[in-house]
Ligand binder design. Structure first.
Ligand code: C5J
Length: 224
């Protein structure tokens, strides 16, 4: 299957491709979560939910593997080094009690994937303590066991956990595509720069396209 993409068409076989949705969790997307405590405008991130939901539905209908990640730490914070916990000057830090439970702690309400994109049976849900989805998670082995060679990315935030995960994936040999309308940043200029740098130099990290282009290809696989 082939879809229009930049810097040139992206070819993939859905049977060997996973849709990876990075950190679409309440802490980042919903008012009152960790993202907002950092002073961010979460409505920017909420705006990608309909496009992401449409891609997720189409991908599920095509029978493709779905991977959801959550940025999540153990309750004792043994996987959250001071170099991460002490950054910035937020009202609340990782592990503190917030309006949606303890911030970025596995199992807390704010750490759940938003209802609109909730995982279903058979989908992988990866709790990751770092920015990249491959660091300390076993994700590479899970994908290898399923014969996955290509990854299509959406999620938040574009320049932090999405970009880090794409670079990690590319270093491990995956051909990666980023869906521009299914990813967002609290800083629009950072999203734009990330999209540009991913596809620069002949797709040095990966390709970029849109959810609509992916859905069109999935609807007409023989014509693509
Ligand atoms: C951040 C993320 N930005 N998922 N996390 O802290 O991008």
């Amino acid at each position: 299957m082939k879809i229009n993409a930049q810097p040139f068409a992206y070819e993939f076989d859905p049977a060997h491709t996973a849709l990876v949705l990075i950190d679409m969790q309440r802490d980042f997307i919903e008012p009152g979560g960790f993202g907002e405590t950092l002073g961010n405008n979460v409505s920017l991130l909420e705006a990608i939910v309909p496009a992401t939901q449409a891609v997720l539905s189409a991908w599920r209908a095509a029978g493709g593997l779905v991977v959801h990640t959550r940025e999540a730490h153990r309750p004792d914070l043994s996987d959250c080094p001071p170099a991460k916990r002490n950054r910035g000057n937020p009202r609340l830090r990782i592990g503190d009690a917030g309006p949606m439970g303890r911030i970025l702690i596995a199992g807390e309400p704010g750490n759940q994937i938003i209802d609109a994109l909730a995982p279903v049976a058979g989908e992988l849900v990866i709790d990751k303590p770092g920015k990249g989805a491959f660091y300390a998670t076993g994700l590479h082995e899970l994908l290898q066991a399923r014969g996955i060679t290509h990854l299509i990315f959406g999620g938040v935030t574009t320049e932090v956990c999405v970009q880090t995960s794409m670079r990690e994936a590319n270093d491990r040999g995956y051909d990666c595509l980023l869906l521009e309308d299914c990813t967002e940043s609290y800083f629009p200029q950072f999203k734009a720069a990330t999209v540009d740098m991913i596809r620069a130099q002949g797709a040095i990290v990966g390709w970029t396209s849109t959810g609509a282009a992916l859905r069109a290809a999935l609807a007409e696989p023989l014509a693509a």
